[in-house]
Design a binder for this molecule. Sequence first.
Ligand SMILES: Cc1cc2nc3c(=O)[nH]c(=O)nc-3n(C[C@H](O)[C@H](O)[C@H](O)COP(=O)(O)OP(=O)(O)OC[C@H]3O[C@@H](n4cnc5c(N)ncnc54)[C@H](O)[C@@H]3O)c2cc1C
Ligand code: FES
Length: 610
Amino acid sequence: MGAWGRSRIWLKRLVQRCETVGVARLPTALAPQIPIERWDVRPLAAMLTAASAVAAVAAEQTRRSHSKLSCASTQRVSLGPITDFEEASMREVKMEGGGAVLVHRHQGEFFVTSPACGHYGAPLRKGVSSAGGRGGPPTITCPLHDATFDLRTGQVVRGPSVDGIAVYKSEVKNGVLFADVPSEIVSGTGKHAKVLKQMAKRKPGDERVFALLGGGPASLAAAETLRQEGFTGRIVMITREPHLPYDRVQLSKALDKPVEKLLLRPEGFFKDYDIDVIRNASVTKLDTKTQNVHYMNADGQKESLHYDKVLVATGGTPRKLFVPGADLNNIFTLRTPEDAAKIAQLAKKGQKMIVVGGSFIGMEVASSLAKKGCDVAVIAMETVPFERVLGKKVGASFARKLQKEGVEWFGTSQVRLFRGNETVNGVELEDGEVLPADAVVVGAGVLPNTRFIEGLSLDKNGAIIVNPLLQAEACDNLFAAGDVCAYPAIRTGQRVRIEHWDVATQQGRVAAQNMLGKYQPFTTTPFFWSGLFGNLNLRFVGHAPEALDRVIIEGDVSNMEFVSYYTEDDEIRAVATVNKDPVAVACPGLRRSGLHTLFPTVAGLRRLRF
Ligand SMILES: Cc1cc2nc3c(=O)[nH]c(=O)nc-3n(C[C@H](O)[C@H](O)[C@H](O)COP(=O)(O)OP(=O)(O)OC[C@H]3O[C@@H](n4cnc5c(N)ncnc54)[C@H](O)[C@@H]3O)c2cc1C
Ligand code: FES
């Protein structure tokens, strides 16, 4: 039986179990009507919808209190009879003028939104539209990077997007769905607006100072959340980089993109919302007892700032290799636009580029260099790429892909030394083999930037130990988010430090709420994405380092289209997908909605003999 048939069975079983457990009762007419395409997750979304206990009254209040985009320049358009829209589904509707909107229907309610994601603009119709769960709002989740938006307000619920999406007022009259849509959207000549939650401004009388250390996604998300939650005190972001917060993840995927094109917010945004950003300023000491941050400003002068609360979000510094020759020219790590520009300058056709490290950064850099026509070799301690994050079985498929793309893989290898005079010209391995090199990029993980902290005990890697509120254990006015923090995983309570963009962003949001005393635990399931060779979309959801050798793979591994389930006892702990969007973003949805019992079991997957 092919993957299509198996997927169908799996989804049908989910439908049956959904009904037997009684958590969800699918409308009987619904299940057979859902067109179950190969790996189409609409049925999952349907189950989420049917099962979620929506707090209807509260929801209606939110709906009424929130002003939707409706003004003089809007036009009332007919989107068709309501029978055109299946329950628990979404559909993109082209309007007569040429523009398009996305219509969602959940529990008899209609929502009309922009069809494009607020992050990189991916088509949301390929994602997962859900009625929400556990009293949460109905949402749309983008298939690419898990950005999730509230269907009632358009605001970001989680994920990498800084902006929300446009939602349009709708009404059903005589069995026809109408929406008030701006004329330029109807005609297809304008862009859907992006939505920003209302932000407070600084009030002169409010003397409180909240310091945000670092200028990455965690810090930016915290600054915006503080203002959105009504904080009117002073917000000071201190970053050692010369740039405003930018989209770091693109550096390894497009080495030569100018930083101006990567900025997450323009300069005016920070001015408009009174967020002071001190750039080129390196924090040298965080005195937790006196509540002072000491830093070196752009002119090399020492300065300090007294804070009421502080968020440490200083990210990580790439590990270097401590072997002879490691300080030769043309040996790089990659964390900043400046690093990327230096690598890009040497990445010319035929150049011999060595990448050290077979995980995400290493593989993405190898892919970018290969695309530029370089002669690329990867050296790694693991036997196959991604072994430590995806396991051997899945890693082996990436090894074959590397080979196809002409990238040489030197697994189970270690660098003994770098050869060269001033500039590197070769890499010698432990077994004596020497690889010629014009340049080397080392992607060997990162260490948390926390050396400046005084008066706080850190974990063995230097990470800040926090509780579920992202608050330091022994210092309740210090919070940490992103790559610097070791937090208790919601399922196991085990301390984990996860270097993912989405985790950093969401932690920034949650930490900000807790700085304001909102008691909001961090419970988001980790989500990571990667893009390789222009056609491989890898997603990983969950966290299961101990389960990497207990993997069940479904799909076509040789053609790089598969889902792998990482298992522990009889449960699935993490899921990786390659070119199987939006399966990865649908999985945590099941858990969030309390439907984790509907997740396929290990025994169930085995019975299907994938
Ligand atoms: C090249 C690259 C590609 C990546 N691709 C992906 C991807 O595809 N998907 C994904 O999920 N994740 C990806 N990641 C990981 C992701 O970027 C990080 O997890 C995320 O940036 C962490 O955010 P953060 O806010 O904790 O720290 P950072 O983004 O590292 O920001 C920390 C900030 O603090 C500043 N800082 C550090 N020390 C000091 C100091 N002493 N004083 C003042 N400022 C200081 C830094 O300059 C920086 O501005 C990638 C990372 C890199 C480097
Ligand atoms: S494009 Fe939608 S989350 Fe990235």
